[in-house]
Design a protein around this ligand. Structure first.
Ligand code: URA
Length: 285
């Protein structure tokens, strides 16, 4: 293992540990290699801690995702497009990551302008996104699109991505979508961090609990308390708000209004003009 790869692997394992993951699955060969390495380097720490679940021997090892870094890249438009394409190709080539999502049809990387001032971060693709290869195209996505339009923008003016890049597996034959597991979020996380680092939007909007939990590595985001309050992620102002799916489940004006108020703050921060009609939208409801 070269030094850079080794550091990346160690960082990745430490992130998992911080998130409370106590066991990981490694192949028998990897375990052998770690044991041999431990002996050669005079340390058996890794091997001694490497508890292997019974299923592990046949499972493909997930290679470490790229190391996340908060340092902005300060790229020009064309460089941003190229960097996003390169990242998408890297994710596509990560066979271990792909293997975690047995039933997913395709990767759902992200969509929109590489130069976007506003970037929305969701949870994971659902069935519709899995079919179309684009985030937020199902019912929740259509509501997000309406929200973007109410801000005076089109989908192509913003960037939309998810923490997890494949639809989390559902038991065969069952419909619906599920929240990604901690393992799926942890392994995916560096990719969204890198997308943010490349795009470097003026404002981030985290949609729902999972997006906040995934970005901030926090166990329970408490979106009800957090929404509406500015925070910062990788140096970018971030507004947590409710996921559009929550509004579909709770289609009452009081909740819609909260999201709209959050989005007005986002528009202000992004330097967008706000008309009286936009500002007073819910006052007349
Ligand atoms: N919900 C999400 O969080 N992301 C999508 O892409 C679709 C629905």
């Amino acid at each position: 293992m070269n030094q850079q790869l080794e550091n990346t692997a160690i960082d990745y394992l430490q992130t998992l540990k911080q998130l409370g993951v106590q066991k990981i699955e490694v192949s028998a060969e990897t375990l052998q290699a770690l044991k041999a390495r431990g002996k050669n380097s005079g340390s058996s720490k890794l091997a001694a801690n490497g508890e292997v679940p019974r299923r592990a021997a046949n499972r493909e090892v997930v290679p470490p995702a790229p190391q996340e870094s908060a340092r902005p890249l300060n790229l020009g438009s064309a460089e941003k497009v190229a960097a996003l394409e390169k990242l998408a190709a890297e994710i596509n080539a990560n066979t271990g990551y792909r293997a975690m999502f047995k039933y997913a049809r395709q990767m759902v990387f992200g969509v929109g302008s590489a130069d976007a001032k506003i970037m929305f971060v969701g949870e994971a693709p659902g069935a519709d996104e899995d079919e179309q290869g684009e985030p937020f195209v199902g019912r929740a996505g259509q509501l997000l699109t309406k929200m973007i339009q109410a801000m005076g923008l089109q989908r192509g003016d913003v960037y939309i991505g998810n923490i997890v890049k494949y639809r989390p597996d559902m038991p065969p034959g069952s419909s619906g979508n599920r929240k990604p597991t901690l393992e799926e979020i942890t392994i995916s996380r560096p990719y969204i961090c890198e997308q943010i680092r490349i795009i470097q939007p003026k404002v981030l909007v985290a949609l729902g609990n999972t997006a906040v939990e995934g970005l901030f590595k926090t166990g329970s985001a408490g979106i009800t308390q957090r929404r509406g309050n500015w925070t910062e992620f990788q140096g970018v102002p971030l507004m947590p708000t409710y996921h559009p799916a929550y509004l579909l489940r709770n289609p009452v004006n009081s909740e819609k209004r909260k999201v709209w108020e959050d989005l007005l703050k986002v528009m202000e921060k992004a330097g967008l003009a706000i008309s009286d009609k936009q500002r007073n939208f819910f006052l007349t409801k």
